[in-house]
Write a protein that binds this ligand. Structure first.
Ligand code: ADP
Ligand code: MG
Length: 598
């Protein structure tokens, strides 16, 4: 279903968004503009009415800035500095970029090959790269130029060679992360050759890293070119480049400082604008930053200041949501995900929230305790009453203190919510210690008690195990133990059994129902499966495209569904011996489904 939504999403907007994101970053835009100006100048140099950069005029030596005919003055041989500067910038930038391209191409090729091939090939290649990296690289560049002889081309090769290791190391690391991913295995199974896999499966994923490394090293390479020329190993007289101009002006540093300051300022401008732009590109290509503004999500979902706050419609409910409207910012517009949702759960009651994937169930659940990431999330309207208090109006610290203590969550995949590096017992202890101040020993006892309670055999031993040592069902039991740790009034279970097989699912459902009845908690149970709802929920709310389309007692809704969508959902519960009717029911879900925003 999600694949369907993704393929139907238009491709074009994302590119515009990336571009806009880059322009949102003021420093990156400044870098881009500066670089654009420099690029324009060096492209136009041949047609600008400039004097010959190499024509000497001993009579006009060391003229100051703003001399008639020589805007930036002249150097010690009477050559026009402006002309030399522009021609020199052209040379420096060309050499720097050429070196970047060569290093990126060769380094990435080595990195991808090493990462993809693995084993001995990887070892041999990386040890070679290590040897290159073992020399201080400016010394290595000097040694290469010394061996090849001074000259611009040789300087270019030297700089390219010493920068290959950066690309090779970075790209190999990222490639390693992809070679064993399922989509690569799938490509291999489909009969694709190695070259084709590298080019179509690996390269597109690695490309952002290559671009980021290029944008962050290009400025550095221009500096290195200038450095070699400054030492007399790059551009040879009379040819100008920024480094050699700096070197030649050094002798006149006190009598005519402008001769060296002018190329120095140019190097500074180019390098700083490249670095600013490089940082901006890195931020845009980072997928975590691309989804929203260039900021980390805050601790609490943003709530619109002028939101409508409806009164609590269900007195005596443990949790009551009224007119909730949550959306996501995309550029300047807000795409609604949940529209006008109202529901309530009484103490000791289980409410099922059912709907297909993408209908807004999780966003509703996360909005309750302000857990929707924002940016891009925004609660535009509505209120969430915990008892009689509006959660969305609580001060941030109070809201955070209520998470886990009064309202606890159980999520779908316990493997992603449990910390892989800590034993599960310790994680339950942490959940307790977050809200209660009791001694460590008492905390440990409670944790073992809880693990026992949720039906983990030999709880004391098991508490010392790491999440990967438990089965899926046991991990979900640990998740439930953590939710129970502080005797919350409300438990929100977001598809807690979707990742489990049917028999384990049945046992987890039984456990949740028993615990909830025993402790008189309110349970908001989110699922897409009417079979599960009929098993544990007293009432059910059916959600579609971000709205509640039907609510009622589970029995009544099951026996007599009012909304067409509910009927189709019920038809989706497979029964043995149903044959083709089941598939017809499932197929019926799609035509009525509105196009979802990507
Ligand atoms: P489900 O009912 O499967 O739990 P969700 O509540 O997760 O569905 O999602 C509801 C809608 O909100 C979907 O259309 C989804 O694309 C959108 N959505 C969820 N999270 C985000 C996000 N971080 N940014 C933008 N849109 C989101
Ligand atoms: Mg969900």
């Amino acid at each position: 279903m999600s694949a369907l939504a993704e393929t139907s999403a238009p491709k074009a907007p994302r590119r515009i968004t990336s571009w806009r994101l880059l322009l949102n970053n003021r420093l990156a835009t400044a870098g881009l503009v500066l670089l654009g100006l420099v690029a324009l100048m060096i492209v136009l140099v041949p047609i600008l009415p400039l004097p010959d950069p190499d024509a000497t005029a001993p009579a006009d030596r060391l003229k100051p800035l703003l001399t008639a005919g020589h805007l930036l003055g002249t150097d010690q041989l009477g050559r026009d500095i402006l002309s030399r500067l522009l021609w020199g910038t052209r040379v420096s930038v060309a050499v720097g970029f050429a070196a970047t391209l060569i290093a990126a191409f060769v380094g990435s090729a080595i990195g991808i090959m090493a990462g993809y091939a693995g084993g001995r090939t990887d070892n041999a290649m990386m040890r070679g790269i290590d040897m290159l990296m073992a020399f201080p690289y400016i010394l290595l560049a000097l040694a290469i130029v010394a061996a090849l002889g001074p000259g611009l081309m040789n300087a270019l090769y030297a700089i390219a060679v010493v920068n290959i290791p950066f690309f090779a190391r970075n790209v190999r690391g990222v490639t390693l992360g992809y070679v064993h991913r399922e989509f690569v295995d799938a490509a291999r199974l489909s009969g694709k050759g190695n070259l084709s896999i590298v080019l179509t499966e690996i390269l597109p994923n690695v490309l952002p890293v290559i671009v980021i490394t290029m944008s962050t090293t290009a400025g550095w390479m221009i500096l290195e070119t200038a450095g070699l020329s400054f030492l007399g190993l790059g551009a040879q007289p009379p040819q100008a480049d920024l480094g050699s101009m700096l070197g030649e002006g050094r002798a006149q540093l006190f009598t005519a400082p402008h001769v060296s300051i002018v190329p120095g300022v140019m190097i500074f401008l180019i390098v700083i604008s490249l670095n600013l732009l490089g940082d901006g590109i890195r931020d845009v290509l980072d997928p975590r930053l691309r989804s929203g503004a260039l900021a980390r999500p805050g601790p609490v979902t943003e709530v619109a200041s002028g939101r409508a706050v409806p009164a609590n419609a269900a007195a005596g409910a443990a949790l009551s949501i009224v007119g909730l409207e949550t959306g996501f910012r995309r550029g300047s517009e807000i795409v609604p995900a949940v529209r006008g949702v109202s529901l309530h759960v009484k103490p000791g009651e289980c409410l099922g929230l059912i709907g297909e994937s993408g209908s807004g169930k999780s966003v509703t659940a996360l909005s309750i305790m302000g857990l929707v990431a924002s940016p891009p999330g925004l609660i535009r309207n509505g209120a969430v009453y915990l008892g009689n208090e509006d959660v969305l109006a609580m001060p941030e610290t109070r809201l955070i203190a209520n998470r886990g203590s009064r309202v606890a969550y159980v999520f779908q995949d316990p493997l992603t919510t449990l910390h892989p590096m800590y034993p599960v017992g310790r994680q339950v202890e942490e959940a307790i210690a977050a809200h209660q101040s009791i001694s460590a020993a008492a905390c440990r006892e409670r944790a073992v008690g809880l693990l026992n309670k949720v039906g983990i055999p030999e709880a004391r031993e098991r508490a010392k195990h790491y999440p990967h040592q438990l089965s899926g069902g046991q991990r979900q039991r640990v998740g439930i133990a953590m939710a129970l740790a502080n005797d919350p009034e409300v438990i929100i279970a977001d598809e807690p059994t979707t990742a489990l097989d049917v028999t384990v699912q049945a046992r987890i459902l039984e456990l949740l129902r028993d615990l909830q009845r025993e402790r008189g908690m309110a349970l908001l149970f989110i699922t897409h499966d009417f079979g599960v709802v009929s098993e544990i929920c007293d009432r059910v709310a059916v959600m579609k495209d971000g709205e509640i389309v039907e609510t009622g007692e589970t029995r009544e809704v099951l026996a007599n569904p009012q909304h067409a969508y509910t009927k189709r959902l019920i038809a989706c519960v497979p029964e043995l011996g149903m044959g083709e009717h089941f598939l017809k029911g499932v197929a019926g879900l799609f035509p009525g489904r509105k196009e979802q925003p990507s």
